[in-house]
Structures are given as structure tokens and as C-alpha cells.
Design a protein around this ligand. Structure first.
Ligand code: PLP
Length: 354
């Protein structure tokens, strides 16, 4: 009887009967696992098919699978960038991007969160380097805000830089066909590299990937350490993701329904007097400020059958505690309304609302 409002299951595909069936079929036909990395005996037809499907979904030339997007982010910067190059990274990028950048020997620039003036200044400074790569989350998971990709791509063009985006919180549902932030903002042909996960909207099991130009993917197959030295994705996991992509390529109805529910939640919560960070994204952080308030409210929400979690320092800055609500296509309108009602009651009880 408890409603989950804190999963990255944006499209509800992790419990979709066809996705589950595809996993079972893959398990039966292709086995439990490969006991190998990809380049030894860890590649089956389904791995190649999934890579081809991912590239087609994103309208890119090729794709490469990893055990996780954390691995995809750990593998790309070191393989691509040399000490003669530069990487320019948003200060609030995901930990895995930060770690991936730490592993490479390129010159590092950190620009202020979504601040285009600062990015431009850093790009000017980075002109002395051989190659420039701007790296940003497409959608930022703590605040539900979306990177200004149009402006980023314009600056990248002006200063001859490549653009990399992490689409973990965008793939499958942002944009009219769920292709992601680049589709939403009309820059699919301007973003060079996409990293994303199979562990959130695309079935929620596990796995990650890079998609982009074929020479880049060829390079990663030769040089990317998490790809070369870590086990191949298990068939059941490949089966889930592959079916999730089929469903999304057949119709954009699921992605659209999630957008309508996000809108319902955001507008009702705002009308009730709450401050919701971000805009038009299913990550809806209910801003509370105080860490203890966030914790006790989350606990009380659970008593009312709504599963949400309070986030406080060090996960978010001090004084910016929140309850991060995540909307899914499987929430009904009634579920959303039940969540808003519970927030309103609990908010009044604990003084977050008048
Ligand atoms: N990048 C972002 C923005 C994420 O939110 C996450 C997951 O939390 C990852 C990368 C890592 O993805 P995975 O769980 O596939 O390793």
C-alpha cells in the first residue's frame, strides 16, 4: 500500500511486463552471465544489437556498453584527452564525471553552475590547449534543473570545443520523443558525446553506455579501462534495456504521460505553498531548508503511505535540505493527488506551511 516517490523509475519500465518477459527470455536463451570481459568471450549478439539500438535511439553513429554509467564516465576522459587538452566541467556535475575527470591528465577548468559567462571566460583561457571538451549533466539530479545546452553548444562552436553530456536523468523521457536534453533543446546535431544509464528510466536494472561518433567508440573499445577490464553485462540485463528501448521507439506515449504527471505535481504543490526547485523535470525537490525538518517530514510521509527521502548536507549544500520527489509514468493522477495531500498535511503539522 505504499507509493514510491523516490525511484529513478521515471517511465515505470522496471515493472513493465514486457520488459520482465524479455529479461527472462534472455536469461533462458543466453545464460546467466558471460564470465568474461567483452573482448575475450563476453560478446553475444544481444550486446551488439543493444549497442546498435542505443545509437539508433540517440541518432548517433555508434555506442559502447559498460557495466554502469559510473564506469562510462570513469572511462571516457582518460581515453580521449591528453595533457595537451582541456576539459571544462560544471561545478555541480555528478560525482562520476568528477572522478572520471580526475583520472585524466588534461587541464581542468571548473565553471560555475550553468553560468555561461564563466564558461565563456574559461573557454577563452583554454584556447591555448589542443582540444577542448565541455562536460555537463543534461539534467542535474539534486535540483531538477536542465543545462542550458543551446547556449553551451553556441559557445562550443565559437571556441571550437566538443560537448559531452551525461543524460542519466534525461534519457527516455525528456524531449518530445524521450531522446533526452539534446532533443528537448533542439541540439541533437551539436552535442558530440552522450553518456547515460540503463539503470534508471530504461528498465532500471543496470548498465551504462557512451554513444557518439564511430571513431570515438572505436577508440573507447581499444583504450577505455572500465570497458576492457570489467565483466560483460549479463543477458537478462541486456534483455530488459533492449525491450525498454523498443517500447520507447514504438511510441512516445509513455514519455508524454510522465510529462503531464510532472506538471500536475509541480503545479499542485506550488499552489499548496511549497517551493519546488527546477522546471518541467520529474525530479521535484521540495525545498525545506532545515535538515531535521526534511527528515521528520519524510518519516511522517511514510506513515501516510508515501515513500520519499530527505536530502541534507553533505549530499546538498548546508541550509538547502529538501525532500526529493520523483514522478513516474506509472503514478496515476490519484497517486499524485494523494502525495500532494500528504505533503500538505505533514507540512502544516511541522510548520513548513502556514
Ligand atoms: N551520472 C548521473 C548524473 C547519475 O545520476 C548517476 C547515478 O546515480 C550516474 C551517472 C551513475 O549511473 P549508474 O548507476 O549507471 O552507474
Amino acid at each position: 500500500g505504499i507509493l514510491n516517490f523516490c525511484a529513478n523509475n521515471y517511465l515505470g519500465l522496471s515493472s513493465h511486463p514486457e520488459v520482465i518477459r524479455a529479461a527472462v527470455e534472455a536469461l533462458e536463451k543466453f545464460g546467466a552471465g558471460l564470465s568474461s570481459v567483452r573482448f575475450i568471450c563476453g560478446t553475444q549478439s544481444i550486446h551488439k544489437d543493444l549497442e546498435e539500438k542505443i545509437a539508433r535511439f540517440h541518432q548517433r553513429e555508434d555506442a559502447i556498453l559498460y557495466a554502469s554509467c559510473f564506469d562510462a564516465n570513469a572511462g571516457i576522459f582518460e581515453a580521449l584527452l591528453t595533457p595537451e587538452d582541456a576539459v571544462l566541467s560544471d561545478e555541480l556535475n555528478h560525482a562520476s564525471i568528477i572522478d572520471g575527470i580526475r583520472l585524466c591528465k588534461a587541464n581542468k577548468y571548473r565553471y560555475k553552475h550553468m553560468d555561461m559567462q564563466d564558461l565563456e571566460a574559461k573557454l577563452q583561457d583554454a584556447q591555448k590547449h589542443r582540444l577542448r571538451l565541455v562536460a555537463t549533466d543534461g539534467a542535474f539530479s539534486m535540483d531538477g534543473d536542465i543545462a542550458p545546452l543551446r547556449e553551451i553548444c553556441q559557445l562550443a562552436q565559437k571556441y571550437d570545443a566538443l560537448v559531452f553530456i551525461d543524460e542519466c536523468h534525461a534519457t527516455g523521457f525528456l524531449g518530445p520523443n524521450g531522446r533526452g536534453t539534446d532533443e528537448l533543446l533542439g541540439v541533437m546535431d551539436k552535442v558530440t558525446i552522450i553518456n547515460s544509464t540503463l539503470g534508471k528510466a530504461l528498465g532500471g536494472a543496470a548498465g551504462g553506455y557512451t554513444t557518439g561518433p564511430k571513431p570515438l567508440i572505436d577508440l573507447l573499445r581499444q583504450r577505455s579501462r572500465p570497458y576492457l577490464f570489467s565483466n560483460s553485462l549479463p543477458p537478462a540485463v541486456v534483455g530488459c534495456a533492449s525491450k525498454a528501448l523498443d517500447l520507447l521507439m514504438e511510441s512516445n506515449a509513455i514519455a508524454q504521460s510522465m510529462a503531464a504527471k510532472t506538471q500536475r505535481f509541480r503545479s499542485k504543490m506550488t499552489a499548496a505553498g511549497f517551493t519546488i526547485s527546477g522546471k518541467d523535470h520529474p525530479i521535484c525537490p521540495v525545498m525545506l531548508g532545515d535538515a531535521r525538518l526534511a527528515a521528520v517530514m519524510a518519516e511522517d510521509m511514510l506513515n501516510r503511505g508515501i515513500y520519499v527521502i530527505g536530502f541534507s548536507y553533505p549530499v546538498v549544500p548546508k541550509g538547502k535540505a529538501r525532500i526529493r520527489v520523483q514522478i513516474s509514468a506509472v503514478h496515476s493522477d490519484e497517486d499524485i493527488d494523494r502525495c500532494v495531500e500528504a505533503f500538505t498535511e505533514v507540512g502544516r503539522k511541522h510548520g513548513a506551511l502556514p
